[in-house]
Design a binder for this molecule. Structure first.
Ligand SMILES: Cc1cc2nc3c(=O)[nH]c(=O)nc-3n(C[C@H](O)[C@H](O)[C@H](O)COP(=O)(O)OP(=O)(O)OC[C@H]3O[C@@H](n4cnc5c(N)ncnc54)[C@H](O)[C@@H]3O)c2cc1C
Length: 489
């Protein structure tokens, strides 16, 4: 049977590997002339930049795919970072948070005056929550009872009182920590799936388990190695790639998939996996089909403005991951989600791979990926928005680091919501599809299969289980499981 995959993002590539391994004849159609979707790179002169994701957790999910293909896991190598992030607060305090539960608890004690054991107990609780939810919520379809109703279900149910479902992430964190700065650090994790910590449920604190207990990793050669490795596995499995070929229609007859129409051909197949934003999949590829309106009408996740700066200096105060917090974090999220306007004092994230990947910048220089969270595109004047954000970032960073940042920028490029929408087809520039800004939004993500068309499946960050590379990889795993069940493979 033939499968067409729409999009060569992480979810698309992982689905291609899994279905090719099941014996399907797999073809991947990608609108851009490169694979990897948001996980791609650019060179600006002698500076290399990862374009999208920078925080990498759960490398075991990549290793699982490599092993599935019978390869040695050494074809993908990564380093575990000793620091999770360096934090710069508006009152001038600087805190380096090391990776690991005990180290984090110690740092919270010395930097913020938190009780070490209490922090450790809380982080341990998040670890248990994560592990309990994984088999029923993250690696299984929530929309097929036989999948989530597994041996792990009772453990997941008994932990319900510890999830913080009925209260916001910030409320949970403010209850645990006496210093608002500690709570702010944990609140930041809501941005990892494009949500607001003031509205997302405490359940989402499980992201902190990955950040603080396990700590971030970094692929040797940069994040783009994820895409390159998955692409290579696909090639070796005989997957065919059609790059620069946009899919314009998913064709169906009598409630079954019969093929796709691209910018260049009509292609017959029995199965389609869409790695395109699920909103656009319905809007552009399935015109006329009854849409799951309740799901598609949910509030969208945030977008981002990214400045890629070649900086002709090595700044010792900075590490691989750095955050310069806004003074009023809540006001910043109100700008992003309520008024959808620019915030004067944004939280700035700087990612510098050249701290560990020396080839990513010339000697004595650094590749800065400078990102601020932004609202989705609702027609703001982005030229002004981006220019003003750039000015604010330069002023804020110059003052915090006591450097003239503008004069150090040797080379530059910019990514912003309009580009995220036009290059990667993210609805209104949202990065993760729907946000998780309500108690039950996690349950309102689109299933990994179509309930109306036999043979149609969905993988990627806009569907279940949610945003981020690990979840996109899990979505492909769920697609494989659904296909196995539907076609008894
Ligand atoms: C600035 C930024 C920072 C991020 N930071 C992180 C991070 O630190 N950690 C993390 O885990 N995640 C992060 N993410 C999110 C991350 O990019 C995604 O989790 C990951 O890339 C998986 O995405 P995906 O599988 O949904 O596919 P995508 O990367 O969205 O790829 C979808 C692909 O489908 C193609 N496509 C769409 N429509 C069509 C069509 N009709 N025909 C053919 N092709 C089509 C697109 O061109 C694209 O290549 C970030 C994203 C951005 C933009």
């Amino acid at each position: 049977m033939k499968v067409a995959i729409v999009g060569a993002g992480t979810g698309g590539l992982a689905s291609a590997i899994r279905l090719a391994k099941l014996g399907y004849e797999v073809s991947v159609f990608e609108a851009n002339d490169f694979v990897g979707g948001k996980v791609n790179e650019q060179w600006l002169g002698d500076y290399r930049f990862d374009m999208g994701p920078s925080v990498f957790t759960e490398p075991a999910l990549i290793e699982e795919l490599i092993t599935l293909c019978g390869k040695d896991s050494s074809i993908f190598s990564y380093r575990q970072l000793e620091e999770s992030c360096r934090y710069f607060f508006s009152d001038g305090q600087q805190v380096i948070v090391p990776s690991g539960m005990e180290q984090t608890a110690k740092t919270f004690e010395s930097a913020f005056g938190e009780n070490r054991l209490r922090t450790q107990r809380f982080l341990n609780r998040l670890s248990k929550n994560y592990k309990a939810l994984y088999p029923v919520f993250i690696s299984a379809s929530l929309h097929r009872r036989n999948q989530w109703m597994n041996h792990g279900i009772w453990k997941a149910i008994t932990r319900i009182p510890f999830y913080g479902m009925s209260t916001s992430m910030t409320a949970v964190n403010r209850r645990i920590f006496k210093n608002p700065k500690s709570a702010q650090l944990l609140n930041r994790m809501a941005t990892y799936n494009g949500s607001s910590p003031y509205r997302t449920p405490g359940l989402l604190n499980i992201i902190s388990h990955l950040e603080f207990n396990e700590g971030p990793a970094m692929p040797i050669g940069g994040m783009v190695q994820i895409s390159k490795t998955l692409h290579q596995l696909c090639i070796e499995l005989g997957v065919t790639f059609y790059l620069g070929e946009r899919v314009d229609e998913i064709q169906h007859r009598e409630n079954r998939i019969v093929g796709i129409r691209t910018t260049k051909q009509d292609f017959s197949c029995e199965l389609v996996v869409s790695n395109m934003d699920v909103h656009f999949t319905y809007e552009r590829l399935l015109k006329g089909l009854h849409e799951p309106k309740k799901i598609l009408r949910q509030e969208k996740s945030s977008s981002a403005i990214v400045f890629y700066w070649g900086i002709k200096k090595s700044v010792k105060e900075l590490g691989v991951h750095n955050i310069f917090f806004a003074q009023d974090y809540q006001a910043e999220f109100e700008s992003i989600f309520e008024t959808k306007t620019r915030y004067e004092d944004p939280t700035i994230y700087i990612h510098i791979t050249s701290k560990v990947e020396k080839g990513d910048a010339p000697d004595g220089a650094e590749n800065w990926f400078v990102m601020v969270n932004a609202p989705i595109n609702v027609g703001q004047d982005w030229d002004v928005f981006v220019a003003e954000t750039r000015r604010t970032c330069i002023e804020k960073l110059s003052s915090a680091l006591k450097l003239d940042i503008e004069s150090l920028i040797e080379i530059e490029s910019i990514n912003e919501p309009r580009k995220i929408e036009s290059v990667y087809f993210g609805k209104q520039g949202s990065i993760y599809g729907n946000s998780s800004n309500s108690a039950f939004s996690a349950f309102y993500r689109h299933p990994n299969f179509s309930k109306t068309l036999k043979g149609l499946y969905f993988a990627g960050v806009t569907v279940h289980p949610g945003g981020g590379i690990p979840l996109a990889l899990n979505s492909a795993k769920i697609v494989e499981r659904c296909v196995r069940e539907d076609y008894k493979r």
